[in-house]
Write a protein that binds this ligand. Structure first.
Ligand code: ME8
Length: 520
């Protein structure tokens, strides 16, 4: 499909110095929801995730554990890859920065920045935080009560003095500010954009971009005593995965990326360093960088009943993958920090999923099975209420699309659940069970309108709950090729007479393990 619109979306690449945690899972599943939305909306999507395997942090962790850094990376990267499967992520590729394709791209971007006159050799003397893999100015460093020096992120910093290559970041201040000004959508949310603009307005110093005191990195072209600073290496992953610098690579047309989804702690790297490197190398800039907030675990009960709940595998296993995905996307406004607790997750599972959507589907489909011969009923003349109900469902995509383009995932889910609420009120108000005897034709119309609304909701929830959306569509016997957004609205209306399978509940209630024991 030569004229199909392309969409390239990435997560940050995670440090595999430990097992994946809930923050990694959160970023992956939000990005997955955005990628799935675009695919369903007709785009040719490239969704990338991966691991950031070099740097001092990896090297030091490996040394502490008495293993090779490569072995540490292999072990934990396997867990990150397993997490993509456990969370039903639809990523099209998984990049590791130790791969040859990536080293080739790094060497090329370095050479281009050097050819542009932006790299010079000097001595670095200043503070470095291994935990953040970041350099800090003297003015940013504070002294704790015990004398430890801390970065603004409250991580310990150490004094570093060594020969280093520098990138002429100071030369890019005006060009960066002009870019933010001309492209207001480049950084989201707005608060992050304002922070970056004022940081850059405050002046930029040249950036140390190589190290000589350890070798676990990508070698600097023509000077193998140096390895590249891990962020030069890491950020380049987004280009490596498109086949850069090979312009004829199958994925080359995906660059520039449409959106880099990252956490709020790494905004500076993505919106100051990365665009400056790309400007220097003469490569187009990504269209948008969107920073989500941090997740915090609040609520002790969860750790008692589930064990180690910050383990995303345990969470998905305990509550269900789609339940976990729905919870995080609905509960936490995307872009803000959020909390999670056992009570909050159970509340969402039982109220939004089991009661609101699950019961709506189960009650209407059971009535169809019993009273309409197990096939989609034929609607009679539509009343105003019927038309209002269908119009609400038909109008959802137009409302949600701009929200998703602005990464407002929670808003899209709010809109869908508003229509779920409308459908429940419609169903209760029309009382199809009472019409069974008095006016079977009217009952058929009400059941048709309800099932058709469920069909559209099922199509629309697929980005967030791919398995459950598909299960609902199976219950409505919707063919595989009629599950995209082009089948929303009138285009894909349920066909009267189509035979339906026996309905089974898609969203079970969550029952506390202790109650389960009590009743069994
Ligand atoms: O920063 N809640 O890797 P990383 C939400 N390798 N998100 C969180 C989080 C939390 N509690 N903790 C971390 C790195 N994250 C670099 C990125 S990209 C070229 C290189 C997010 O493993 C974090 O903000 O420390 C980041 O976006 C991602 O998880 C990986 O973090």
């Amino acid at each position: 499909m030569a004229d199909q619109k392309r969409f390239y979306i990435t997560t940050a690449i995670s440090y595999p110095n430990g097992e994946p945690h809930i923050g990694h899972a959160y970023e992956l599943l939000a990005t997955d929801a955005l990628a799935r939305f675009k695919r369903l909306d007709g785009y040719d999507v490239f969704f990338l995730t991966g691991t950031d395997e070099h740097g001092i942090k990896m090297f030091q962790t490996a040394t502490r554990e008495g293993v090779d850094p490569a072995a540490l990376a292999d072990r934990n990267t396997a867990r990150f890859q397993a997490m993509t499967r456990a969370l039903d992520s639809s990523n099209d590729d998984f990049i590791r920065t130790t791969e040859e394709r990536h080293k080739r791209a790094c060497a090329e971007i370095w050479r281009r920045m050097a050819a542009n006159g932006d790299i010079y050799l000097d001595t670095y003397a200043g503070w470095y935080s291994v935990r953040d893999e970041a350099y800090y100015d003297e003015s940013e460093v504070t002294v704790a009560d015990d004398g430890t020096r801390l970065s603004p992120q409250s991580t310990p910093v150490e004094w570093v003095e060594e020969e280093s290559y520098f990138f002429r970041l100071s030369a890019y201040q005006d060009r960066l500010l002009a870019h933010y000004e001309a492209n207001p959508e480049f950084i989201g949310p707005e608060t992050r954009r304002n922070e970056v603009v004022s940081f850059v307005k405050g002046g930029l110093r040249d950036l140390s971009i190589s190290r000589t005191t350890f070798q676990w990195g990508v070698p600097v072209p023509d000077d193998p005593r140096h390895v590249m600073y891990v962020w030069v290496d890491a950020l380049t992953n987004y280009l490596s995965a498109t086949g850069f610098p090979d312009e004829t690579a199958p994925r080359a047309p995906f660059w520039p990326a449409d959106v880099h989804v990252i956490g709020k702690d790494i905004v500076r790297f993505h919106t100051v360093y990365w665009p400056a490197f790309l400007m220097s190398a003469g490569v187009a800039l990504p269209r948008r960088v969107y920073a989500h907030g941090f997740l915090f675990n609040r609520g002790e009960k969860m750790s008692k009943s589930v064990g180690n709940v910050i383990d995303p595998f345990a969470l998905a296993d305990h509550y269900g993958v789609d339940q976990m995905r729905y919870f995080f996307m609905r509960e936490v406004p995307f872009g803000q920090d959020g909390n999670y607790s056992h009570e909050a997750i159970v509340g969402r599972i039982n109220a939004d999923l089991a009661n609101d959507l699950g019961n709506l589907a189960q009650r209407s489909l059971s009535m169809i099975a019993k009273n309409c011969g197990g096939a989609v009923p034929a609607p009679g003349t539509l009343s105003d209420e019927d038309r209002t109900m269908l119009a609400a469902a038909d109008g959802l995509l137009a409302e949600i699309r701009p929200q998703i383009d602005a990464q407002q995932i929670h808003m899209a889910l709010n809109a869908i659940w508003r229509v779920v609420g409308d459908a429940n009120r419609y169903f209760a108000g029309q009382e199809p069970w009472a019409l069974r005897k008095t006016d079977p034709e009217r009952m058929a119309t009400v059941l048709y309108v309800t099932a058709e609304t469920v069909r559209q909701i099922a199509i629309l929830v697929q980005p967030y709950m791919p398995g459950s959306g598909a299960a609902l569509l199976d219950l409505l016997a919707v063919p595989e090729n009629a599950r995209g957004f082009d089948a929303l609205g009138e285009a894909g209306r349920l066909e009267p007479g189509r035979a339906l399978p026996a309905p089974t509940p898609v969203f079970p209630r969550y029952v506390e393990p202790e109650d389960q024991k009590a009743t069994s």
